[in-house]
Write a protein that binds this ligand. Sequence first.
Ligand SMILES: *[C@@H]1O[C@H](CO)[C@@H](O)[C@H](O)[C@H]1NC(C)=O
Ligand SMILES: *[C@@H]1O[C@H](CO)[C@@H](O)[C@H](O)[C@H]1NC(C)=O
Ligand SMILES: *[C@@H]1O[C@H](CO)[C@@H](O)[C@H](O)[C@H]1NC(C)=O
Length: 379
Amino acid sequence: MANYLRILQLIIAFWCVFYPVLALNNCDFPALFNFGDSNSDTGGFSAAFEAPLPPYGETYFGKPAGRFSDGRLTIDFIAETFGLPYLSAYLDSVGSNFTTGANLATGGSTIRPQPSLPLGRFSPFYLNIQYSQFLQLKSRSLLFSKKGGFFKTLLPKEDYFDRALYTFDIGQNDLTAAFLDKKSTSEIKASIPDMLSNFSANIKALYDQGGRSFWIHNTGPIGCLPYIFVNLPVTQLDNAGCAANFNGVAQYFNLKLKDAVVQLRKDLTLAAITYVDIYTVKYTLISNANKYGFKHPLVACCGSGGKYNYNGKAGCGATINVNGTKVVVGSCKTPSTRVNWDGIHYTEAANKWVFEQIVDGKFSDPPTPLKMACPVAVG
Ligand SMILES: *[C@@H]1O[C@H](CO)[C@@H](O)[C@H](O)[C@H]1NC(C)=O
Ligand SMILES: *[C@@H]1O[C@H](CO)[C@@H](O)[C@H](O)[C@H]1NC(C)=O
Ligand SMILES: *[C@@H]1O[C@H](CO)[C@@H](O)[C@H](O)[C@H]1NC(C)=O
């Protein structure tokens, strides 16, 4: 039996070498369109409002690069996987090139619009607005492609919209907003179906537009963020020393998100929809930081003050007054060994680690590697 399998494996291996078309197809994504919040914002918030200050971006870009990290985000590593340039933010009117996709995500974005908008704590570019912006990008790209000329070299080709990979990382701020509003755990749980029905409606709308490949990150262990410890009452710790109740809500959101994805697969029969368990990956890193070469996973690298090195009034990059001297809130010595960058966001090193765990499909449902996250070609 074992021999038989071995031989079969060899035959398949040969096949794949000599007839690569017969191998399980790697998808040929010509473009990426990303929707989300600061976990995947590559410059939207920065273009629309204010840019992060140094030392943001210092590890990889040598300067702030619109990202809420010291360097690259998971979405940047995803773009690298396909040999695509890093995504330009849709809102960035200077130097953007959307030929191979666009990033609709902005820091502070939620799925549902927040009552505090337009000028509250959260981004006005909630998911439905990101979708409207995507529609504008699409219709105007088609228009300019017909006109030809210079702008054509900055916009996706018509067929790229159907063939692109659509990526999502959103929901964390809907939960944060509810926590800050002092909603009870049961109230928050009761509001999750509404968030997810709007999330699903947006995926369906993209499908109706021709999108077929969807890569959906679930939400991370929000209860492990210094921001939560400092701003909210933490009563109970879990095994990793994180806020158990906040992580519990995140896990509940993920459970329901997974159900929503199962339903989407039934409804959108021509789509490949991959659910990626970012929660487990981030939680694994935080609970076993030393094992993976990291330390102080619950303490911000760039920040000031207290047990968590985090203070919302003196955040990473801010200039503060220390005994009459102006000081910039700077980075820790080795961000490459730290998980948390600024109290809310992850370091490049952590983002890279997370990416390396998810790329092969080990944390995906179905267990699809990133490169195969498109519908299986038929015929
Ligand atoms: C935009 O990017 C595409 C793909 O990377 C490239 O072919 C094109 O020349 C770029 N356009 C400009 C104006 O640089
Ligand atoms: C999602 O919610 C927004 C705001 O309430 C609403 O305008 C929009 O129609 C909903 N999106 C979809 C696709 O149903
Ligand atoms: C600021 O001054 C106080 C009182 O003199 C001193 O205890 C503290 O260490 C000083 N802080 C810093 C960061 O130098």
